[in-house]
Structures are given as C-alpha cells and as structure tokens.
Design a protein around this ligand. Structure first.
Ligand code: C6P
Length: 405
C-alpha cells in the first residue's frame, strides 16, 4: 500500500507555482488532477496502440480493444459489479443519468407516475428527470433537506408511494458534502419496489463502493473526479434491467445486424455504446482505477476524513466564516461564506494567493435557494491534499478578510 503522504509527488500539475505561490488545489470535486501514471497510460496508447476498438483484425486494433476492455474489467471490480456486462462506459455521470432517464424511464412512465429526488441534487440529477417528465406527463417530486443540509428521511419516506417509479439520489452532495444515508433510503424504496439510481459522482472517488451491497439498481460516476480523464464515466445497472431497456443512441458497434427492415441490437454492454468511444480516455480511466487501488480506498477515505475534520475546525475558527452544510456525515467538501463577501470575489482573491477553490452555485441551484444564497465558496479535498494546504487556505482567508474589511 502506498504511503499517502508521498502521493502528492505523483501529480505533475501540483508541482507548479500559480500567481507566484506554490499551488494549493482545493477544487477536486469539480475535477481532480491526474497522476503521471494516468497521463503516461494515455500517452503510451496514443503513441503506440491507437486504433479503433472491436472492429479490426489487425494488431493495433486488438491491442486497443484489450486495453479498453481491460479498463471495463477494472471498473467492474472497483464497484463489485456482478458482471462486466453491467458496466456501461459513458462520457460521465451526466450521460449515465440521461441514459436511465431516456432508456429506462421514458418507455415506462405516464401521467400520474412520479420520479422522486432530494433537494440536495446536482443539476445532472434534476434536469434529465424534468425532461423525461415533460415527455411522458409524469411528475417530479422533491424530498426536503434540513438546515444542516441533510435529507429529511421521514419526509422522503412519506413521499415514497406506488406512484413513484424511480428514486434518484446522490451518494455525496457536491455542494455541501453531505453523505446521504443510502442504506436507509434504498431499503425503504425497495420495500415498495421503487427502482433506485444513485448519483455517485462524489462517492466513488472517496470511499469503497459496492453496488451489490448497496442494493440500488443504477449507480453513475465520472472518471475525471477520480484522477481519470474528462469525458469518461460509468453507468452500472442491474443486468436484468439493462437487458429490458432499449438503447437510447443508435449507431455503429451497438448492433449485431442491420437491414432497412430491422436492426438487431448488440448484447450488453455494447447495446448502449453507439459509435467510436473515448478509447484513450477510458484507458486512462482504467489507469486511474489502478492508481486508486494502489493507494487503497480505505486509506484514502481515512486520510480525507481526518483532513476534512481539520479543515472544518480551522474554517470555523476564522472570524466571519459561516459554514454552509454541517451534516453529521460529510465527505471531502466544505462550503462556506466569509462575512458578506461575494464568493466570486473571495475566490479571485484566494487565487491570487495560489489557492484554487470553486465559487458559485456548484450546479446545485436549489441547494443555494434553500440556504438563501447566490452561491458559496467551496473547498474540496482529494488524497493529495494535506494540512499545509488547509493552513494556506486559512491564511489566504485571513488576508481576504483584511482586504475586504
Ligand atoms: N460536479 C462540481 O464542481 P459530470 O459533469 O457528468 O462529470 O458530473 C456531473 C455531476 C453529477 N453529480 C454530482 C454530484 C456532481 O458533483 C457532478 C459534477 C462538479 O461539483 C462540476 S458541476
């Protein structure tokens, strides 16, 4: 198992100065940096092995296919899927959720049916459901959150009825860091036979995820938040459901036979992977999985939890800081306000000191509306962060407080 303190040196982008200061990167929830192992795997493929997958009899095509399908196997093991057929390679969480909305929900829903989500969701776990509701006449209903930023479980359970055909819930809130009580939510939904999709964009990078143990039906995540390239992602789904779903994109590779009269679709998982995929990115995604596992998910989780506690304590002690999101269980993310300074102004000032954070609504506008804010400043952690990074953030905030006094 790698010593986590040494991991930082694996990330070339972290070895630079920004605006005259060594970079402190606290924006991994938006997109994490990539270790050299990932960058090299992509470059090696581009230099030596590039060809289209599943199509050629020649050596390069075989090599590319082996690397691409090898990444699928790694992802299958990472989340403990029952079979590699259940791992649909997508461009990211957003595409994975749209796939479920269009392939699973659209044929199923009609007027009177409901999709249930929570107030905590990212726009990617809101808008695809709004679209399919518009297309089918179904309704989107929303479970509230409390002032700490936790789903009000009893109210969510009260909304679970036989009208609800799908429940979409995040694993970890990207805006507030809340870790949702998935076991309780899924158990309650399953008692009523409700299909459950988990948006795991902020889950998989930070903790062990076992989709079979969770008991959900779909789990979506993105490569670029877990040290892989952008434009990569996974939809895990139960094989039985995926078998019954029609594809939502047509094209090459997702067919067995095409005539003008009839098309026979390919088997899983290819039925959902029309067209030439992001081969290089997916190979990098596979290398990112190797990297995560070489560090160890348990190791990562413990490191980030300890660092999160340190960050919250330090932030809370800064005069004028108000923490937004104080759930009893949080992971990797902390949102806050500093006095009445606009988050964009604060973010710019922090950037001048080499500290990268995200500011704004974090693609979770309903969460901001719930707290009566236009946006927040958000610091988010990954395995390469350490207490020095937090100390630099705090020093930069103290300076900002004086500038805006
Ligand atoms: N959140 C953030 O800064 P994509 O863009 O498809 O890789 O991921 C979308 C997405 C879905 N769900 C959650 C919980 C997310 O956090 C995100 C991406 C980034 O918080 C960019 S908005």
């Amino acid at each position: 198992m790698a010593d986590i303190a040494h991991c930082r040196s694996d990330f070339p982008a972290l070895q630079q100065d920004v605006n005259g200061h060594p970079l402190v990167f606290l924006d991994s929830a938006a997109s994490s940096q990539q270790p050299a192992a990932v960058i090299d795997a992509v470059a090696r493929y581009q230099r030596e092995d590039h060809a289209n997958v599943h199509r050629g009899v020649h050596t390069l095509s075989h090599r590319a296919t082996e690397l691409y399908e090898g990444a699928r196997d790694k992802l299958c093991h990472l989340v403990n899927a029952a079979s590699r057929s259940e791992i649909i390679l997508t461009s990211g969480t957003t595409e994975s959720i749209n796939l479920v909305a269009q392939s699973y929900c659209r044929p199923l829903l009609g007027p009177g049916d409901q999709i249930l989500i929570s107030w905590l969701e990212h726009h990617s776990n809101i808008v695809p459901w709004q679209l399919v509701c518009e297309q089918t006449g179904a309704d989107l209903i929303v479970a509230p959150i409390n002032d700490r930023g936790e789903i009000e479980l009893d109210k969510m359970q009260a909304l679970m009825t036989d009208r609800v055909k799908l429940l979409g819930v995040g694993h970890v809130s990207n805006a507030l860091g809340t870790v949702n009580p998935l076991r309780d939510i899924i158990t309650s939904a399953k008692k009523l036979g409700i299909t459950v999709l988990v948006d795991g964009a902020q889950g998989v990078p930070h903790m062990n995820v076992d989709v079979q143990a969770l008991g959900c039906d779909f789990y979506a995540f993105s490569g670029h938040k877990m040290f892989g390239p952008t434009g990569t992602g996974v939809l895990w789904g139960r094989e039985k459901l995926l078998e019954e779903m029609p594809p939502y994109k047509g094209g090459g590779d997702m067919i067995l036979e095409v005539s003008f009269e009839n098309t026979v679709f390919n088997e899983l998982p290819y039925k959902f992977e029309a067209g030439t995929p992001n081969i290089a990115g997916t190979i990098g995604f596979g290398a990112a999985v190797d990297y995560l596992q070489s560090v160890g998910m348990q190791n990562i989780s413990e490191h980030e939890q300890a660092l999160h506690r340190y960050m919250v304590a330090k932030l809370a002690a800064v005069d004028g800081v108000r923490l937004i999101g104080t759930a009893r269980e949080q992971a990797s993310v902390q949102s806050f306000m500093l006095n009445d300074i606009h988050p964009h102004d604060l973010g710019t000032l922090l950037d001048h000191q080499g500290v990268a954070v995200r500011t704004g609504h974090h693609c979770a506008m309903p969460v901001m509306q719930r707290f009566g804010l236009p946006g927040t400043t958000r610091a988010s952690l990954a395995l390469y962060n350490n207490t020095d990074d937090i100390d630099r953030l705090i020093a930069a905030l103290e300076k900002a407080r004086q500038v805006f006094a």
